[in-house]
Ligand binder design. Structure first.
Ligand code: CP
Length: 309
């Protein structure tokens, strides 16, 4: 059974195939065969979503699948039915599930209890579909095509802000898998946690990241800057403290100017202009957020087609 719960669930050869296929899908969006024809996939989101929710529903349709969109409030799982029974029931009706959850253990449990593929559409721990799409976007900008993965190898990417959030964790995984040199930069209280470092070690992956609290030092010679929301879903009660601690890590034009002259700016969205990034940086021609968002569609189609093959 193929699942996509974390970035290294595909081996190197499958990752290359996925990036090639995503390039083909992007070049020829609607004129390809439909590997999911005749299948029905479920989508269950325990958290809000705009990009992920739409891109998966559109992508599944373009691959030929029917989609059942589920939500906790109208399901028995919202009234206490067990995850184990729910996973077994999904497996009797559906050919695969796309799930956004708070706890990473939930997607792991669903993958263990059921016997259909599970795709992680974000957990508090990892956001693997976003990170594959972001690496694809960087390869497009640096190598001309989303599958030019050699163009990404050895580049310096700096992630600023909350360095223990799911996107920081996924960049730690991506740096190892795609050969990026990752610098994580944020307050000492928000440095990478043991859970992601333990995962790297357990999976035998090379660590290619470092951490600093000095933003000017971090962005020196950077090829790309990346940031994400400071108050992730579920952390709302910590809002004022987080904003106070992370303000020095806001991506301003001044900080951006200290990176390489042609450095790129990426953000997985939604943005909060004036907090983690200024409107001026968002409006810059080196900001590529909407390409990132579009690439979610092509990349996720390639992931789904590979899982189903
Ligand atoms: N980047 C991302 O996952 O966006 P959504 O929360 O809108 O899906």
């Amino acid at each position: 059974m193929n699942h996509f719960l974390k970035e290294n669930d595909f081996n190197t050869s499958d990752r290359l195939k996925i990036f090639n296929l995503a390039s083909e899908y992007k070049e020829n969006r609607l004129h390809h065969h439909q590997p999911l024809a005749g299948q029905t996939w479920g989508m269950l989101f325990f958290k809000s979503s705009t990009r992920t929710r739409i891109s998966f529903e559109v992508g599944l349709g373009e691959l030929g699948a029917k989609v059942v969109v589920l939500d906790k409030s109208s399901m028995q799982i919202g009234r206490g039915e067990s995850l184990e029974d729910t996973a077994r029931i999904f497996s009797r009706y559906l050919h695969g599930m796309v799930i956004r959850a708070f706890e990473h253990e939930m997607v792991e449990s669903l993958s263990r209890f059921g016997n259909i593929p599970i795709v992680n559409a974000l957990t508090d721990f990892l956001h693997p579909c976003q990170i594959f799409s972001d690496v694809f976007t960087l390869a497009e900008k640096w190598g001309g095509r989303g599958d030019s993965l050699e163009s990404v190898r050895g580049r310096k990417l700096v992630f600023l802000g909350d360095c223990c959030c799911n996107m920081a964790n996924s960049w730690i995984m991506a740096a190892s898998l795609f050969g990026l040199d990752l610098v994580l930069c944020g307050p000492e209280n928000f440095k990478p946690r043991n859970d992601i470092l333990d995962l790297l070690e357990r999976e035998g992956l090379e660590a290619r990241h470092s951490f600093t609290s000095n933003p000017e030092l971090a962005v020196e010679n950077a090829d790309a800057l990346y940031t994400d929301v400071w108050v992730s879903m579920g952390k709302e009660e910590e809002e004022s403290g987080r904003i106070a601690e992370m303000t020095p890590y806001s991506v301003s034009s001044d900080l951006f100017s200290k990176a390489k002259q042609d450095a790129l700016f990426l953000h997985c969205m939604p943005t909060h202009p004036g907090l983690e990034v200024t409107q001026e940086v968002l409006d810059s021609d080196r900001s590529h957020l909407f390409d990132q968002a579009e690439n979610r569609l092509h990349m996720q189609k390639a992931i789904l087609a590979t899982i189903a093959s």
